[in-house]
Write a protein that binds this ligand. Structure first.
Ligand SMILES: Nc1ncnc2c1ncn2[C@@H]1O[C@H](COP(=O)(O)OP(=O)(O)O)[C@@H](O)[C@H]1O
Ligand SMILES: O=P(O)(O)OC[C@H]1O[C@](O)(COP(=O)(O)O)[C@@H](O)[C@@H]1O
Ligand SMILES: [Mg+2]
Length: 530
């Protein structure tokens, strides 16, 4: 490989990272999704490999291991299709036209004229490259290696978008949309775009299932008829037009309800729990040999879904968090020995805390679930706070909700979906900080801000608005293409379809050995608290 010009050529240059962890345990806070595994610092085995329990099956001394890995990868990332269980399903030319004319009859959707000449569809063999960095060594920052030599192996996933042939006749489609889990900026934008795109294909029966999976079985809740007219302006406000909920009925009850209602396309907007549900619904539909397409759209401000550049709502959350951080900074800066503490979301993953800290440039200490820390002791957070107060007069701490849970008493309580309810690390740090400064006889004015629900409830910003729009459109294209049990996301700025199990086998986490975390540490100037 050619080298870049350099003022000095230094052979054998080695760098030691202060912040690298030797091992870390990754886990879901929801026992229903629980998977735990170790990641070694020196040789980070690709998480996809781990999640499929096949690390032990690859013999790297086999000269054909790369070919075998690739074959296995292709099998894993193959998209489930309605023809898998119903091989007699026939396709027809798409009714989604890339070059449209004004509908012949005004106000009637589905009367778009096809232009046979135009060829702008996605070929089923189109692929997107999953990893774009060639790591020359397992010790390179953030290296995700497949084998101990960190060899380059291409990993391709399926490109999202409209196909030339479709497996559902629009006039026979009854499509439903459901939003589950917690709120997230952009839910309405995705609902809107799904409805608009369905109408362009010519679908007339579109409904919303109210309040998450519960809406399927709760007799008091009725389907919400959806059309372009209904959804036209819903993206202008946050929340979900359809409502959300946690918990709910069994998968078999949901599939019974799909059958009763005649729903053959289901768009499921939610996080890891919702996707686990969507995949189970897909499997049950296959078992019953139903021609139903189940398509997920990942929704989580925590950004904890695997393999994707980011999930919708995340950018907006980071942007909105700036207001809380700035308030904490102003309060701390204006007080005598002021200390501001901001708690941001992030059950298992510290992406919001990390990116918000980086964006603000006002954070002195960023604490995330992936990086253990001590509060007390000579290298603890409190001792660094004392140093900051003495050296610069004020300090601001940003802590992710899932950080430092080992320091708190476990309650074993769970929410309706089975997610572990965490202790409040923000309040704990506030109390311990007050206590500590009192004990050492130094004045400290401690202010605590928890903006959680203000961040979640706002409407999507412009970049999330675009992301939601493209995800919503691609979800519909995926359903018409006949796929089921898949989800859609961005991958190196391109849009791709993934089989659901591949993106939820464990939560996506901040890699403490990644350049991004190191950049955050460079920006805050914080030391190790371990
Ligand atoms: N393993 C699972 N299998 C089936 N359904 C699940 C599973 N985990 C969660 N769900 C359902 O998915 C919905 C949303 O899950 P939750 O964890 O609250 O939010 P999120 O999808 O944002 O992670 C709930 O209705 C819950 O009952
Ligand atoms: O108060 P709620 O609704 O249980 O939500 C709290 C949770 O929602 C989140 O913001 C997002 O979680 P989900 O993706 O599971 O909806 C978490 O960061 C947080 O723990
Ligand atoms: Mg979740």
């Amino acid at each position: 490989m050619d080298t870049l010009p350099h003022v000095i050529t230094t052979p054998n240059l080695t760098t030691t990272f202060r912040h690298g962890l030797t091992t870390s345990t990754l886990r879901y806070s929801n026992p229903r999704l629980f998977r735990s595994f170790k990641v070694a610092n020196n040789f980070r085995v690709s998480s996809e490999l781990k999640s499929r329990n096949n690390t032990t099956t690859i013999d790297y001394t086999d000269p054909d291991w790369k070919m075998k890995f690739t074959e296995n990868f292709e099998k894993r990332f193959r998209l489930p299709h309605v023809t898998d269980t119903l091989p007699d399903s026939v396709s027809m030319p798409s009714t989604f036209c890339l070059k449209m004319r004004t509908p012949v009859k005004s106000g009637v959707p589905g009367n778009y004229q096809l232009d046979e000449e135009w060829n702008g569809y996605i070929n089923d063999n189109d692929r997107v490259l999953l990893k774009t960095i060639y790591h020359s060594s397992p010790t390179s920052a953030g290296a995700e290696c497949i084998d101990p030599g960190c060899n380059w192996v291409e990993q391709w996933v399926h490109r999202a978008g409209p196909r030339k042939n479709i497996y559902f006749k629009p006039e026979e489609v009854k499509a439903a949309i459901v939003t589950c889990g917690g709120l997230c900026p952009g839910l309405n934008d995705v609902i809107r775009q799904i409805v608009i795109t369905l109408e362009i294909y010519g679908v007339k029966k579109i409904v919303g299932i109210p309040f998450g999976y519960r809406g399927f079985t709760n007799k008091e809740l009725t389907e919400v008829p959806l059309s372009r007219k209904v959804v036209q302006n819903i993206h202008l406000s946050g929340g979900s037009l359809l409502g959300v909920s946690r918990g709910g009925p069994d998968v078999s009850e949901i599939v019974d309800s799909l059958e009763e209602r005649g729903i053959n396309m289901l768009f499921v907007l939610g996080g890891n729990g919702t996707h686990a549900g969507a995949n189970a619904i897909h499997n049950e539909c296959c078992k019953r040999r139903l021609k139903v397409s189940i398509i997920g759209v990942p929704k989580t401000i925590d950004n904890d879904i695997l393999l994707m550049d980011k999930t919708f709502g995340f950018d907006t959350a980071v942007e909105e968090a700036q207001r809380a951080i700035n308030a904490a900074y102003i309060e701390a800066h204006s007080a005598y020995h002021g200390i501001g503490i901001v708690k941001l979301m992030g059950r298992s993953s510290g992406f919001i805390a990390m990116q918000s800290s980086l964006a603000s440039g006002q954070i002195d200490i960023c604490l995330i679930p992936e990086v253990p820390f001590n509060l007390h002791g000579p290298h603890g957070v409190l001792s660094h706070l004392k140093y900051l107060i003495e050296s610069k007069g004020s300090a601001v701490v940003c802590v992710a909700e899932g950080a430092g849970q080992n320091l708190l008493k476990k309650t074993n309580a769970t929410d309706a979906s089975g997610n572990v309810i965490f202790g409040d690390i923000g309040v704990y740090i506030q109390q311990e900080t007050k206590k500590h400064f009192k004990e050492i006889g130094i004045h400290a004015d401690v202010k605590y801000i928890d903006p959680t629900y203000m961040i979640r409830a706002c409407r999507a910003n412009a970049s999330d608005g675009i992301l939601c729009t493209v995800l919503g459109q691609n979800a519909v294209h995926g359903a018409f293409a006949g796929f089921s049990g898949i989800t859609v996301g961005t991958c190196n700025t391109h849009y791709a379809y993934f089989p659901i199990p591949e993106v939820i086998s464990h939560p996506q986490l901040v890699d403490p050995n990644s350049r991004m975390w190191h950049r955050c540490l460079t920006s805050t100037g914080q030391p190790d608290f371990d």
